[in-house]
Write a protein that binds this ligand. Structure first.
Ligand code: FAD
Length: 502
């Protein structure tokens, strides 16, 4: 009955959800947020909330018997470890030819990511996001996102000297030798904490192999910015370990969301429904698209725009490693937080349109490896569908889709190898494979802004349903994406708050 109808329901607590949570509560609205992962605030038996990458357990991955790390092997030795099943913080969603990594818990991807807070190139916003006003984006929403997230610059002197950034300096030098500019990227990892832990004055996290299974210290994840503000208002309620499965139009007006509770062994059990006047979808590119396509397949939503499921891309992600000369060690000590990006997108004379993060390989031993996560401007897009027989989301994406990304990465890395007289590592992603094209950290698209939604993120034909996360973005944003997602969510929040007060 009507007593149980909430005004504002947010599905998911990552960047998009957190922005809406803060802006709606700040405008005086009561908000209910559903999050399928845990609230990561209680330490485990070892006194820590999160595990190191090298010592995974049931906290590390979302219901897996074994870790599934981006690097499969090292010198032919498998890296993955057997772990107990549990609602761990890092998920990997496996489609036929693409695996998507995503954070699970209050704070979404901010719990597991590398904290790099990079602004997208203006040309990208202008060319690929026609429904975003670039002037407003760069003068209003981006600074608002940077400020509220708490983005800071790394300490240049520290980066220039610390043994923990030897790997990054080696990567930088070889890129510059090949003529590529290298930029120092802003971050949400506290530079003071980083320096203090490197010098033994603070508890170690980035310098202690913590990142993709969470950081116990130093990282300003969303629970320390947007979600903290929203909680402090006293108007936000978060229900954890609850997954939204379908959305339906409520005959009396508004929307009904069917929910399941997530059991300790990963079994999902029906847990009733939540009715809401307005629903904000923030489950991330895969989560939001899945909810909509399941609703359509199960017959709870009719008239879904044809654009739902379309326009997906992995931000052109390709991972690749180079073998440095023995005279260029990358260091036994490596911080997990990247600080440098090779800007072969806007910075280079050639039009490679590649932005390659110089990534750490914090193995605790000398590897001589320079590792890169390249972001490339691949024009090919995948699309989501629904397999009724298996009742699950599918992704039409093949190695053919990734081919332009591999080619662009190869052009840049070939040039670096030529200048340095070095070669690729072919033992990291399965034998003989230099370029890893089968996973992404940066899923984008599925419910594109201005196509499946209007320019304010309102799902077309579904009044009161908003999409506020990475599913809005056009498959590639040219840099690591959360800052762009946050800024776009700020833009949508402005209109949503206006709608709510109208
Ligand atoms: P998410 O942050 O994924 O949040 C979605 C939330 O919704 C999750 O908490 C999820 O559990 C929840 N959810 C999903 N479906 C449902 C449902 N049906 N019901 C209830 N809850 C649901 N980006 C950068 O910019 N810089 C980096 O350094 C960086 N490093 C990364 C490293 C790793 C290992 C990974 C995995 C990602 C990284 N990213 C980085 C990417 C970045 O974290 C994501 O782009 C970002 O988190 C996406 O934001 P979002 O709001 O779209 O969704």
């Amino acid at each position: 009955d009507d007593d149980d109808v909430v005004d504002h329901l947010i599905v998911g607590s990552g960047y998009g959800g957190a922005v809406l949570g803060h802006r709606l509560t700040a405008a005086g609205h009561q908000v209910l947020m559903l999050e399928m992962g845990q609230d990561w605030s209680t330490p485990g038996k070892d006194g820590k909330v999160f595990t190191k990458m090298t010592e995974p357990d049931e906290r590390s991955m979302w219901f897996r018997d074994r870790t599934v790390m981006p690097l499969a092997t090292f010198l032919g030795v498998p890296i993955d470890k057997v772990i107990p099943r549990g609602p761990g913080v890092l998920d990997r969603i496996d489609f036929a030819s693409m695996s998507v990594y995503a954070g699970r818990g209050v704070g979404g991807g901010s719990l597991v990511n590398g904290a790099m807070a990079v602004a997208p190139p203006r040309s990208l916003v202008e060319e690929r996001m026609p429904d975003v006003n670039p002037d407003a984006f760069y003068s209003t929403y981006l600074p608002r996102a940077q400020q509220t997230l708490g983005v800071r610059s790394h300490d240049a002197a520290f980066v220039a000297e610390s043994p923990y950034y030897q790997f990054s300096r080696v990567g930088r030098a070889s890129a510059e030798k090949a003529g590529f500019p290298v930029v120092e990227v802003p971050s949400l990892y506290d530079p003071d904490h980083l320096q203090a832990e490197a010098e033994g004055r603070a508890p170690a996290s980035a310098t202690a192999q913590e990142v993709i299974f969470g950081n116990n210290h130093g990282k300003r994840d969303l629970t320390k910015s947007y979600l903290r503000l929203a909680r402090a208002s006293g108007r936000l309620t978060i229900r954890t370990l609850v997954r939204a499965t379908t959305l339906a139009r409520r005959p009396q007006g508004g929307w009904t969301v069917t929910i399941e509770s997530v059991g300790p062994d990963g079994t999902m059990r029906p847990a009733g429904t939540v009715a809401a006047k307005r629903v904000y979808l923030a489950g991330g590119s895969v989560g939001t698209t899945e909810l909509l396509l399941r609703s359509q397949a199960h017959g709870t939503l009719a008239d879904l725009p044809d654009a739902v499921g379309q326009g997906w891309g992995p931000n052109g992600n390709i991972m690749v490693g180079r073998a440095n000369h023995v005279t260029s060690p990358t260091g036994m000590k490596q911080s997990t937080i990247p600080v440098h990006g090779i800007d072969a997108w806007t910075g280079a004379a050639r039009a490679d349109r590649v932005f390659a993060e110089i990534a750490p390989l914090p193995a605790g031993i000398e590897t001589w490896v320079s590792l890169y996560l390249a972001i490339t401007d691949n024009p090919r897009r995948g699309s989501f569908g629904w397999d009724p027989a298996r009742d699950r989301l599918t992704l039409d994406w093949s190695p053919e889709h990734a081919a332009p990304s591999v080619a662009a990465t190869e052009r840049v890395l070939d040039a670096i190898n030529r200048a340095a007289g070095t070669s690729y590592r072919v033992d990291l992603f399965g034998t003989g494979k230099a370029f890893s094209d089968g996973f992404t950290y940066h899923p984008l698209g599925g419910v594109l802004l201005g196509q499946a939604t209007d320019a304010g993120g309102r799902l077309r034909g579904h009044e009161g349903v908003y999409v506020v996360d990475g599913s809005l973005l056009p498959g590639v944003v040219g840099v690591n994406p959360y800052l762009t997602i946050t800024a776009v969510a700020e833009m949508i929040a402005e209109g949503a708050v206006r709608d709510a007060s109208a």
